[in-house]
Design a protein around this ligand. Structure first.
Ligand code: SAH
Ligand code: SF4
Ligand code: F3S
Length: 488
């Protein structure tokens, strides 16, 4: 019921946004009918990805969409025929980077044309495209195309228009139709691990956050569609998938009968796929952490013992102002239940310091919560004022220097806990999924169940396999392990 009310609120806000921006295309310059299947010569595509894992997934899918048109991935933007910036709007710095990057690309394009290398199309995708598409069009005339995160399945058509009708610039956003139905089922995989988006959008409206505006209302993919994508990944050798969603544990995609499923049921079904040995999910909201999902951590061996569960602050006053709808006590109690279900589970979180009106005492509450929970890793950020969000207008904006100091102290504490967790693994034999070669000799690099990088000599031939490794030393951000000879 509460969810229905929230959803209708989100729908209202979004529909007003949608009305303003219409469903898909706003174009400047001449327009014409296009067909997308003409030019099949090889073209170079460079994608630069900012932001969260969902953007990483989206970038891979954009490459999948463009591959049939002859686009091959290139690491070199200076020679690319199409450069896609997949952008992030979460903090001011992330959003501003886009404009400086466009400036650099504009120079590269001029050089490329001067060399006789042909035209470079510049496209901006992702959350900045969604949030400030019109501003990009005005502020950055070098940009040919702006495409929001729900519209990138239309890229072939959009690119054909921008490249054929030179001088025409396009903006495509929030297509209400279903992107996932239109994406190619084939995905190119780049190793034994893969992301798989199962849920998008957010209905929570934390007062600091732009995600509900850039990604829209919460929406889950149907179970059968996810299962199909996962099976195809497993067939291509993927051993570990990370299910993605802005609030992935609010997943409620339709099952075969049309009824709402849950994340725990989805994980159970995925665990039945042959070859898929590891399942992870991120990012979760504390309020959507149901008992069934907690129990799944006890019952499903494929579900990795690692949980990213952002709390943002340990002060109830700040949590209230953030509209988080949970307290420090409810969060700590939730973690106790999770650890009771699976004592091996490692916790990870997100923290914001310097939220409006955060006092030394509030910050100390956050530090205290961190000491109680003991994180194996965490991401921490200085509060960034985002235009249009309620927190941006709140009194008591915190001095930048104070926020810097708090961030430093918090990060020092987290690093201490991270090292302590890793130190506890020395001497233990753990399962490692090798996923890439190291820099020298036959060194292999893999992933621990808790997402550490693990280095081991003579392991390069084990890529794609999960093997027991004895942890012998700590690296800066990694673990050093040794293969157990008789087992390999
Ligand atoms: N859905 C997740 C997080 C999505 S955004 C959740 O519920 O927590 C990823 C992280 O960016 C957030 O957890 C938060 O720590 C950080 N973040 C979001 N908006 C921010 C802002 N305005 N300033 C600083 N950090 C922010
Ligand atoms: Fe942003 Fe996460 Fe809050 Fe949603 S739940 S508004 S994504 S921080
Ligand atoms: Fe950034 Fe959009 Fe992800 S704002 S964090 S890329 S959902």
């Amino acid at each position: 019921m509460a969810r229905d009310i929230r959803r209708s609120l989100v729908d209202k806000i979004l529909s007003s946004l949608l009305k303003k921006k219409a469903q898909t295309l706003i174009s400047t310059g001449m327009s014409e009918t296009v067909s997308t299947s003409q030019s099949l010569g090889q073209k170079r595509l460079h994608i630069k990805t900012y932001g969260c894992q969902m953007n990483v997934y989206d970038s891979e899918r954009m490459a999948d969409v463009l591959r049939p048109l002859g686009y091959v991935m290139s690491d070199a933007p200076e020679d690319a025929d199409l450069v896609l910036l997949n952008t992030c709007h979460i903090r001011e710095k992330a959003a501003e980077k886009v404009y400086s990057e466009i400036g650099r690309l504009k120079e590269m394009r001029e050089d490329k044309e001067a060399r006789g290398g042909g035209r470079m199309t510049i496209a901006v995708a992702g959350c900045v495209a969604q949030a400030e598409g019109a501003e990009i069009m005005n502020r950055a005339p070098a940009v040919d195309l702006v495409v929001g995160p729900q519209a990138y399945h239309q890229l072939p058509e959009l690119i054909a228009r921008t490249t054929r009708a030179r001088g025409e610039r396009l903006m495509a956003d929030f297509a209400a139709d279903e992107k996932f139905d239109k994406l190619p089922v084939e995905r190119e995989v780049s190793g034994p691990t893969a992301f798989l988006t199962v849920q998008e959008g957010c209905d929570k409206f934390c007062t600091f956050c732009v995600v509900p505006y850039t990604r829209g209302a919460e929406w889950s993919r149907p179970v059968a569609q996810i299962m199909d994508e996962a099976r195809r990944l497993a067939d291509k050798g993927v051993r570990e998938i990370t299910l993605l969603g802005q609030n992935v544990n609010a997943f409620n995609g339709a099952d075969k009968s049309g009824a709402e499923s849950t994340l725990s049921r989805l994980i159970e079904a995925l665990a039945g796929i042959n070859g898929l040995d590891r399942i992870r999910y991120t990012t979760s909201h504390p309020n959507d952490m149901g008992d069934d999902l907690i129990q799944a951590h006890a019952d499903i061996p494929q579900l990795m013992p690692y949980l990213h569960l952002p709390v943002q602050s340990g002060s109830n006053k700040i949590l209230r102002a953030m509209n988080r709808k949970h307290t420090r006590e409810s969060y700590i109690e939730l973690i106790a239940r999770i650890k009771a279900a699976n004592p091996d589970i490692a916790m990870s979180g997100d923290f914001i310091v310097g939220f409006p009106d955060e006092t030394d005492k509030d910050f100390e509450d956050t530090m205290d919560l961190i000491r109680q929970v003991e994180y194996a890793s965490a991401f921490s950020f200085k509060y960034s004022k985002r235009p249009g969000t309620p927190a941006a207008a709140m009194p008591g904006q915190v001095d930048d220097k104070v926020a810097d100091e708090r961030l430093k102290a918090l990060q020092a504490l987290i690093i201490e806990q991270q090292q302590a967790f890793k130190a506890g693994l020395i001497g233990r034999t753990i399962d490692v999924l090798f996923d890439k070669r190291g820099r020298h000799n036959e060194q292999g690099i893999g992933r621990s169940p808790w997402l550490h990088s693990v280095f081991a000599e003579d392991a390069a031939h084990l890529i794609g396999q999960i093997v027991p490794v004895k942890i012998v030393a700590l690296g800066n951000n990694s673990l050093q392990g040794e293969l157990i000879k008789e087992l390999v």
